[in-house]
Design a protein around this ligand. Structure first.
Ligand code: 4AZ
Length: 268
């Protein structure tokens, strides 16, 4: 029997209810409680559900020279994609392809574009130290639609619900998804995130996730978007594993880099 996951909405109430039922009836009762869409055993990102490019036309993924998806990205202009610096540095620029308009990796939908320039934040060393942002300029024009980039830091109020999107792993150490998935995760305060990660730098990073874990970005989702509505607020950067209790996902804080992103997309 695959492990079921609890629904993402009102997790505290759901967890409390689930705990009560479990205490009264035994663990088997959990399977009858978790019936929302996120309860699917294959849920993810980790603990998410299938998402659509019709709804999120700015979401793209990156493949290497073998055609293997290794990261996500987000369209920020007609010919530029933002991603994580650690993604841009993982594969030689000449071998990176941006796949746009393809919700399911198993199809040939959309198009695949090569990269003429990879700008990586000059201070980037590793994700855990921040500045995990890059802008790829593609050859040709991107179908799809650019996301709007957040400039107002009010969006980071703890508890605000955001959506993370990607084609990455559906469980910690598990397989990558064949199709786009999304999950709703609440923004986490800087003080809470600092407790989870000693290297947390609120100037460069922002966290999102559930204290009890279960729903999160995972390996392969890096570089992909965290949005509130249609506004980009984060880029998947790192975490201690995926969906672990007390270990929210860490994202590049987009408001800090909005000016830089605009500069890198000027005329592109
Ligand atoms: C990764 O290795 C990775 N749970 C990305 C996101 C998270 C963890 C790991 C967040 O690319």
């Amino acid at each position: 029997m695959p492990k079921t996951r609890l629904p993402g909405r009102r997790p505290n109430a759901v967890l409390a209810a689930a705990a009560l039922v479990t205490a009264m009836l035994g663990a088997a009762a959990l399977t009858t409680v978790a019936t929302g869409p996120e309860a699917a055993a294959s849920g993810a990102i980790v603990g998410g559900e299938k998402a659509s490019l019709a709804e999120h036309p700015y979401a793209v993924y990156l493949v290497d020279d073998a055609g293997t998806q290794f990261c996500g990205g987000v369209i920020v202009s007609s010919s530029a994609v933002a991603t994580a610096a650690h993604c841009a540095e993982a594969v030689s620029t000449k071998d990176i392809r941006v796949v746009v308009g393809r919700e399911d990796k198993r199809t040939n939908e959309g198009s695949t574009l090569s990269v003429s320039k990879a700008w990586v934040h000059p201070d980037f060393e590793k994700a855990e130290e921040g500045d995990d942002i890059a802008v790829l300029t593609v050859r040709g024009r991107l179908p799809g639609r650019a996301v709007s980039v957040a400039r107002d830091t009010d969006v980071y109020a703890a508890g605000t619900k955001a959506t993370v999107l990607g084609w990455g792993r559906v469980a910690d150490g598990g397989d990558r998804s064949d199709y786009l998935r999304g999950a709703v995760v609440p923004m986490v305060s800087d003080s809470t995130c600092k407790q989870a990660y000693g290297s947390y730098d609120p100037a460069s990073m922002v966290c999102a996730g559930y204290q009890q874990g279960g729903i999160d970005a995972c390996k392969g989702d890096s570089g992909g978007p965290l949005v509130i509505g249609d506004t980009l607020v984060g880029i998947v950067s790192f975490g201690d594993g995926c969906a672990k209790p007390g270990k929210p996902g860490v994202y590049t804080r987009v408001t800090t880099f909005a000016g830089t992103i605009a500069q890198q997309t000027r005329g592109r």
